[in-house]
Design a protein around this ligand. Structure first.
Ligand code: AMP
Ligand code: MG
Length: 531
């Protein structure tokens, strides 16, 4: 083994492994695939790899655990966050969880390729679980290899940080490394496997607990461990809940956080793609970036996930309903803890109201209204969304440009068409009837805006309508370069997504609509679960 050159910042990391200390462990220590009853986790070490190499790190995520850039550039950092070096005080483990996949109970899933290294307490006293993804098999790997490829790791690394900078609850990404080892993947499950570069990312979150973490214990009929894990989760992740009805309050908070996250996704045009209950965080964080995607033209039925193409269960417009369905499964799982289902049912009913109200307020914000006006705004929002989906219109560009609309301008249809053009995928083909309708919509919108204080409207709108999102084709371009050994575009995009709401001179092309070559290109418009 190569010596471990000391890196003061890494040596100073303060670990406090509360999860493994307080929750029931699988007694088996050997690493082989198995069913793990009555336990929350199994201890397992990452698999060492031959040639770890740093590709990128997030300086903002690093700062959360008091690491500066020089620490991130050290050889020890690369070794630790590829899984080659376990630091003293770490206690690596894989979590046990189950889940409903595409609406069907799938039994035990668990961290099949995620290994939690340790919990760090930073200098402000905040706790961060460090988790490697792609660092080798665990008892939960089932028939798979426990590894991850570069393309999906780049996508998760960049999108985690992009979501954070957009102000959307998410797990974070600290680092992206190469293992130096090939990984075989059949990207489209069509009998054409290919060797791809293996990679590891380190994710960070206050907790990676999922709805499925509770479901598995309920499915095993292990009410004692279920209650223990529930109490632990409330104590650690929801410490403000101390009242007698804390279980109900807890579930209500999970509903609120989940719906808040979904409203954010709908605001920015994010489609998760695999909203299985094992991918739902109890903290309401966007979790497990797989075949996700960003709306280009506003198509509510769009799903980036090829596995979901037929049913479209996880398409853009279904996300709120699916979140509710998942919350329903979570409620079922914790009924034994409460003893009766009524408070959970009422929380679920309220979640519908919370979402609907929150979505309307959010949409009003996108339109530049300082408050949602129940009398007028439903119709304005509905007719706009109808128009946007009639003709392929870029969701991000349209709303970003809207802040530049002047309600005092008496423009004709030609001027309006010129305003829309940068957002349209086929600008030449607008029918007269469509232009007429949109023109009428703008007139009504203009009248509505006149009731608003115009001062600061543009600024307000630009804070909720991003100019820059991680467009599917941009991530794919960075991937193709990285697969050839050029990591520069990963850094460039990481920098771009830092300020999604600012105009970034010189970066305008990254805000433009998807080029035609990317329309049907794998990785841009279609993604498989293979990762
Ligand atoms: P996902 O659909 O990515 O959320 O994965 C569902 C389950 O499959 C989780 O338990 C993952 O840990 C597991 N899984 C996915 N890919 C792999 C892999 N390459 N090796 C082991 N387990 C995996
Ligand atoms: Mg998952």
């Amino acid at each position: 083994m190569t010596p471990n050159p000391t890196v003061p910042a890494l040596d100073a990391l303060k670990f406090d492994n509360r999860f493994t200390r307080e929750l029931p462990a699988d007694p088996e220590l050997n690493n082989f695939r198995r069913q793990v009853p009555n336990a929350c986790y199994s201890r397992v070490l990452p698999t060492a790899v031959t040639a770890p190499e740093l590709v990128a790190f997030s300086r903002e995520a690093a700062r959360l655990i008091d690491l500066d850039e020089s620490a991130c550039r050290s050889e020890t950092f690369t070794r630790v966050f590829t899984g080659n070096l376990v630091l003293p005080g770490m206690d690596p483990f894989a979590m046990c969880y189950g889940g409903h996949q595409f609406g069907t109970w799938a039994g035990q899933l668990g961290d099949g390729r995620a290994i939690n290294l340790a919990e760090v307490i930073n200098s402000s006293g905040h706790r961060w679980m460090l988790q490697l993804k792609g660092a080798g098999p665990t008892p939960y790997s089932r028939t798979a290899d426990g590894l991850a490829v570069l393309r999906s790791s780049i996508r998760e690394f960049l999108c985690s940080e992009a979501m954070f900078h957009l102000g959307i609850p998410t797990t974070r990404a600290l680092s992206l490394t190469l293992t130096g080892e090939p990984v075989e993947r059949d990207m489209f499950y069509d009998g054409n496997p290919k060797e791809e570069p293996g990679a590891v990312i380190c994710r960070m979150s206050p907790s990676f607990t999922r709805f499925g973490s509770f479901q598995i214990l309920a499915a095993q009929g292990d009410t004692e461990t279920l209650r223990q894990f529930t109490d632990y989760t409330i104590k650690t992740d929801f410490p403000h809940l101390k009242t007698k009805d804390k279980y109900e309050a807890w579930f209500r908070e999970i509903c609120d956080r989940t719906m808040d996250m979904i409203i954010h996704w709908m605001r920015v045009g994010f489609v998760h793609g695999v909203m299985n209950t094992d991918n739902m965080s109890v903290l309401g964080l966007t979790l497990d970036y797989g075949p996700y995607g960003w709306l280009e033209d506003y198509d509510p039925d769009w799903t980036p996930n090829t596995t979901d193409a037929a049913g479209r269960r996880y398409c853009f417009k279904n996300q709120p309903q699916i979140a509710l369905w998942n919350l329903g499964q979570m409620a079922n799982a914790i009924v034994p803890v409460l003893g009766h289902p009524e408070p959970l049912q009422s929380a679920l009913d309220d979640a519908v109201t919370t979402y609907t109200r929150g979505w309307k307020i959010m949409m009003a914000g996108k339109l530049g209204f300082s408050a949602y006006d129940a009398e007028n705004d439903d119709a304005i929002i509905a007719s706009l969304l109808g128009l946007l989906q009639t003709v392929e219109t870029d969701y991000t560009i349209f709303f970003r440009r809207l802040s530049g609309f002047d309600q005092d301008l008496e423009w004709n249809k030609k001027e309006m068409a010129a305003f829309l053009a940068p957002a349209l995928y086929s600008p030449g083909q607008l029918e007269e009837n469509y232009l007429e309708q949109f023109h009428r919509w703008f007139r009504i919108y203009g009248l509505r805006l006149k009731k608003e204080d115009q001062k600061g409207r543009r600024k307000r709108m630009n804070r909720v309508n991003p100019g820059y999102v991680l467009r599917n084709y941009l991530a794919q371009m960075a991937i193709e370069k990285a697969e050839k050994g050029d990591h520069s575009m990963i850094w460039e995009l990481l920098d771009l997504v830092r300020r999604p709401y600012d105009d970034q001179p010189g970066k305008e092309t990254f805000a433009e609509k998807r080029p035609e070559w990317a329309r049907h290109k794998p990785g841009c418009s279609m993604l498989s679960c293979s990762s």
